[in-house]
Design a protein around this ligand. Structure first.
Ligand code: ADP
Ligand code: MG
Length: 711
């Protein structure tokens, strides 16, 4: 019965701690699974225990005293008839001394260390000897300091019993659809909370036990169901059908004719996928992924052309001004000559624009005269009114938040000035909310398992081939102490009229230090390379100055560009053939790969030098070492992404997506691929044939999340 509000007692500290862990409903408690188990089912003899074993023994206390060497501690010696063991407690209460009075029989549990001075146990648990032994392994739950194991264990087991009694864990997956040899759900949960005494601890701890497998399957299915649901909800929305025009005078045909190269097979394939998708009257949500340099821009341009031919506007958004400007220049070069005769133009929108210029741009966007609008997030600000936005393209999508993507989607649906489209008034979707098509581009390939799980609501197009004629980039790891050799290398490249990037890391603790590092390097390179133009680019430079530096480098007058931030380097200069990354050990793996992709864009042999310094400890951390090794092992963005997933786990890939989708707690995408495939196959069947069960399933697994957010 619900307690009236006024009678509610304040929460105790452990209750608050439970709440903090998200353990509110009995279901949540039941799903709070042990991280490991202790074996209290048997007593062992000291003589049989090995160094490092966690054991339970019974012994008699031989001595017990407080000593002050090296610091205050309680020291006792016990004997179990086979050997003696010294117990040490650095924190102890008076009643502990009582429990350890000389002559008492005690039961002790803890880790035995076989040190130089004989066996010792630090802080074992102490009980009177002779009590009954546990009949099952004792679960140890993930917990916090305010939440003692005994308390959380009781809460969890109580929650489990309650949840089982209220049928919260009744099966939602029809038996014939379960993975082969699957355990029941309730059975699995009971087992994990009370495993039988002789079960393999290893199987339990590495989560290969069938009980664990069942929980992972449940969780993965919940994720698939909710993603598929949101995908299906989107199918009910309306979008302009951007038909593929075969008109020879059309923008698309002319752009094809203008391109200075042949599209790769992979580009042709993704262009077709996108083209068919935007031709439907349902909003496309597609992720276009392709390694750095794989040629995503031209794919975007072709999609834009199709949209413009159909009579709609296209927006292209990039995360930084320099990147946006790159796109702008390239697209204007390709499209302006085709658009101009049609009375159309390309508009440019950024935050740093002068008011007058901006107002002029806003006017052409609102009038529909701007067929293509390129810019930074300024494109989605409230003031920007599109006449008929048909397609929104987002480059480097992971740098944009969910809110920004939503704002873009609403640019079409909310527009009061949006004309009623007479041609479409008779179509089946009339009256439904309208959204533009969305194409998100990413140069950080998403490992397949992630694409199948967290991104399952998106369609994915992949460019898995680089344009021909590229020579693979050679990657070298070089200790910072060998800088001089690198400068020599730079000289050789400069003599061959090549250009060089030198990237300094972002030192997060201190922007000043960050800058210092870059300016010092810049200074040193200027001195070492007389007669060469060496530029410096950092985040705090005024926009105009940044642009000036960039254009000198793009045009080839500047030989070396020293840059602090990674963000500003999303550029395309095919003549650049050497990338030096200073303090490479501080960069993330995908960042390193992105940076490396700035070279090797032309036919010249290119190299990437990863300068590392060992730092004060004289060694690299394990993850830094793994990252650098991956970089020197492979140039393949997908392989890099896979290793990155291994090194860092999925969190980093998801960025803002993480907040939308519930993280997987039990499944591990690097090992549970078969279960993931099973869940993916089953989800549509569940939604079609068993919608009520599907609903209950999602609610059970993801419901806690939403309750928690509301709290
Ligand atoms: P990214 O996928 O990293 O955005 P870009 O679109 O910047 O790559 O393309 C990298 C370079 O390759 C550009 O100079 C582009 O013009 C060129 N390029 C793209 N497609 C092809 C192709 N099929 N053949 C030759 N060069 C191409
Ligand atoms: Mg790009």
């Amino acid at each position: 019965m619900p307690t009236p509000l006024t009678d509610r007692k304040p929460l105790s500290a452990p209750q608050k701690a439970l709440r903090k862990l998200g353990l509110l409903r009995p279901v949540d408690m039941a799903l709070h699974l042990p991280m490991r188990y202790e074996d209290e089912t048997q007593l062992v003899k000291l003589a049989d225990s090995r160094d490092g074993d966690t054991v339970q023994i019974e012994a008699v206390v031989k001595s017990c005293q407080v000593v002050f060497k090296p610091r205050r501690q309680l020291q006792a010696v016990v004997d179990d008839g086979t050997d003696t063991c010294t117990l040490r407690f650095f924190n102890f209460y008076p009643n502990m001394q009582k429990a350890l009075e000389v002559g008492r029989q005690v039961r002790l549990r803890g880790e035995v260390r076989g040190g130089f001075m004989g066996r010792t146990m630090m802080h074992p648990t102490v009980q009177a000897a002779g009590g009954s032994l546990a009949t099952a392994l004792t679960p140890v739950y993930p917990s916090t300091a305010e939440l003692p194991q005994a308390y959380i264990r009781k809460a969890v087991l109580g929650g489990l019993a309650l949840a089982l009694r209220s049928h919260a864990f009744d099966e939602t997956i029809p038996t014939q659809h379960l993975p082969p040899h699957s355990w029941g759900l309730a059975q699995s949960l009971q087992f994990l909370h009370h495993p039988a005494p002789h079960v393999s601890l290893a199987q339990l701890e590495d989560h290969t036990h069938p009980a664990w497998q069942r929980l992972k399957a449940e969780e993965l299915l919940a994720q698939q169901l909710s993603q598929l649901q949101s995908k299906r909800e989107r199918q009910l929305l309306n979008a302009p059908a951007l038909a593929h025009s075969h008109e020879p005078q059309g923008v698309l045909a002319q752009l094809h004719a203008l391109l200075p190269f042949q599209l790769t097979q992979a580009q042709q394939r993704v262009v077709k996928e996108i083209s068919q998708d935007v031709a439907r009257a349902v909003p496309m949500h597609r992720l276009l992924q392709g390694d750095v340099g794989s040629g995503k821009t031209v794919v975007a341009a072709l999609a834009a052309a199709q949209c413009i031919d159909a009579g709609w506007q296209c927006a292209l958004m990039a995360p930084t001004e320099i990147l946006a400007e790159q796109h702008f220049t390239k697209l204007v070069g390709w499209l302006a000559p085709v658009l101009a005769p049609l009375g159309l133009q390309v508009a440019w929108l950024t935050g740093s624009q002068k008011k007058k210029e901006r107002d002029a741009m806003l006017a052409v966007v609102a009038s529909g005269q701007a067929a293509l609008v390129v810019g930074t997030h300024a494109v989605i600000q409230d003031k920007v009114q599109f006449k008929r936005l048909g397609l929104a393209i987002i480059d480097e999508q992971h740098r944009f938040g969910v809110a920004q993507r939503l704002a873009l989607r609403q640019k079409l649906s909310d527009e009061p000035t949006n004309p009623v489209d007479d041609n479409h008034s008779h179509d089946a979707h009339a009256g439904k909310p309208r959204e533009p098509h969305l194409l998100m581009m990413s140069a950080t390939p998403i490992p397949r398992t992630l694409a199948m799980s967290y991104y399952a609501d998106l369609d994915v197009s992949t460019i898995d081939e680089l344009p021909p004629g590229r020579t693979p980039i050679v990657t070298k790891l070089v200790a910072d102490t060998r800088r001089d050799e690198i400068i020599e290398r730079i000289r050789v490249q400069l003599q061959e009229r090549r250009q060089i990037y030198w990237v300094c890391p972002l030192i997060e603790e201190s922007e000043a230090l960050d800058l210092r590092n870059a300016t010092d390097t810049h200074q040193a390179l200027c001195e070492a390379l007389p007669g060469v133009m060496v530029g410096l680019l950092h985040s705090r430079m005024p926009q105009a100055e940044k642009k000036a530096v960039m254009s000198l480098f793009v045009q080839g007058q500047m030989g070396v560009l020293v840059s602090t931030t990674v963000i500003e380097v999303g550029v395309d200069v095919p003549n650049a053939s050497l990338m030096v990354i200073e303090h490479a050990e501080r960069f993330g793996l995908s960042q390193l790969h992105q940076l490396r992709g700035r070279v090797g864009r032309g036919a010249a042999a290119s190299a990437c030098v990863l300068l590392y310094s060992l730092g004060e400890h004289g060694r690299l951390s394990d993850t830094a070492r793994a990252r650098l090794k991956a970089m020197s092992d492979t140039n393949d963005g997908f392989e890099i992404a896979r290793r990155d997933l291994e090194i860092r786990g999925p969190g980093e890939f998801l960025g803002s997506r993480q907040s939308g989708a519930a993280m997987l707690r039990f499944a591990d995408l690097s090992v549970d691929t078969e279960l993931l495939a099973w869940a993916q196959r089953l989800a549509p069947t569940m939604l079609d044939a068993y919608p009520d069960l599907a609903q209950r399933h999602v609610q059970r697994w993801l419901g806690a999340k939403s309750d928690f957010l509301k709290a």
